[in-house]
Design a protein around this ligand. Structure first.
Ligand SMILES: *Cc1c(COP(=O)(O)O)cnc(C)c1O
Length: 375
């Protein structure tokens, strides 16, 4: 592969000395769960997200699930989720015992469409989960207005958007709480699983802190039936190093996205759209084409790695067959699943490699145009 889709080793090589030092510090401390590294990371990530609190947990799914639990959401409740998202958003709702109610995205931004959200509110609705998909913030102000009007909680799924801004404000503090993932491939990635919740709500923060640690605030005293979902000291120490580079790495992503947006051919696949006042961090660069399979094939031939985010929307997964949402009920999500594909974009992708990607797409687009005009 000449241009791999993702290079997870490059960030390690760039920060090798600092990461190795952090690793040694934790190893030699003899303290591995809920200690000074997690506390320091929580304070630093809260400051980064401009929120009062950050609570480290085991992964992004738990970050969302524990937020819902702390909000008191459970059996009999409905939670509005995007129809076009990674399945974890839905699973968090199901885990809590509530019912995910999908709402279609704006086909331009692929993010939750506020107009449709209002139509989906019922007397059972308790919360909205807004996903900042591909690294672009959702329409948080309009969603907040809807949530306030109906007395709903607003939870951000910020797993793809560490550092993104909406009207100058960081994601993570735009709703009642936000769930982050530090899965290795995310913009801020651990060297294994990890996650966090950010919030400005003191009560929610306290509840989540208790829930993540067996329902306990004081060792061996358990006030609720909590879970074990804790960020490890080791991951926290490594994340602290990487957090110091996050803005620089996001800036490199923005520059590469700018390159793609200016260089990709107009006659080719549809380019991603950035809504006004959004500052995305380009977790993914997602193109759309009815000839997707041909593009995937030609890019593979040129040695360029691609992925499809995502080939099957949650409602069409076997796991959600019990909801009985038939094919055709969520046509935008289904259409996107047929047309989207992601090309390489990361802080360690060189402009030469990006140029190779552009070339392969241009050649494919031109051959398609040629075939059209010769008919
Ligand atoms: C990655 C991701 C998650 C889940 O994070 P994990 O750490 O893998 O559990 C949730 N939502 C979205 C949108 C994601 O991309």
């Amino acid at each position: 592969m000449r241009v791999p889709f993702l290079d997870l080793k490059a960030p390690y090589l760039e920060l090798r000395e600092e990461l190795d030092a952090a690793y040694r510090r934790v190893m030699e401390s003899g303290w591995y769960v809920l200690g000074p590294e997690v506390e320091a990371f929580e304070a630093e990530f809260a400051a980064y997200c401009e929120t009062r609190h950050c609570i480290g947990v085991g992964n992004g799914l738990d970050a969302l699930y524990l937020s819902l639990l702390a909000m008191g959401i459970g059996a009999g409740d409905e939670v509005i989720v995007p129809s076009n998202t990674y399945i974890a958003t839905w699973l968090a709702v199901s885990y809590a015992g509530a019912r995910p109610v999908p709402v279609e995205p704006d086909p331009e931004t692929c993010n939750l469409d506020p107009d449709r959200v209002e139509e989906a509110v019922t007397p059972r609705t308790r919360a909205i989960i807004a996903v900042h998909l591909y690294g672009q913030p959702a329409e948080m102000e309009r969603l907040k207005a809807i949530a306030d009007r109906h007395g709903l909680r607003l939870l951000e799924d910020a797993a793809q958007a560490h550092g993104a801004r909406f009207r100058g404000r960081r994601v993570g503090g735009l709703g009642d709480a936000a769930g982050f993932s530090f899965y290795p491939g995310k913009n801020l990635g651990a060297l294994g699983d990890g996650g966090a919740i950010t919030t400005n709500d003191d009560q929610l923060a306290r509840k989540i802190r208790i829930l993540r640690n067996y329902g306990s605030e004081k060792k061996y005293y358990h006030q609720v039936q909590g879970v074990n979902s804790r960020l490890d000291e080791l991951h926290a120490a490594l994340l602290r190093v990487k957090l110091g580079r996050l803005d620089e790495w996001n800036t490199r992503r923005v520059a590469l996205a700018g390159y793609y947006l200016s260089q990709l051919p107009e006659v080719g696949p549809a380019l991603p759209k950035v809504a006004g006042e959004m500052e995305p961090v380009w977790h993914l660069f997602v193109l759309r084409s009815r000839q997707r399979d041909l593009y995937l094939q030609e890019l593979a031939k040129a040695g360029v790695g691609t992925l499809v985010h995502y080939p099957i929307p949650p409602h069409r997964q076997e796991a959600y067959a019990p909801l009985g949402i038939n094919e055709g009920r969520l046509p935008i999500a289904e259409q996107l699943a047929k047309e989207v594909f992601s090309i390489p974009l990361g802080p360690h992708l060189s402009v030469q490699d990006a140029a190779l990607v552009v070339d392969a797409i241009r050649r494919t687009a031109e051959s398609l145009e040629g075939a059209k005009s010769s008919i």
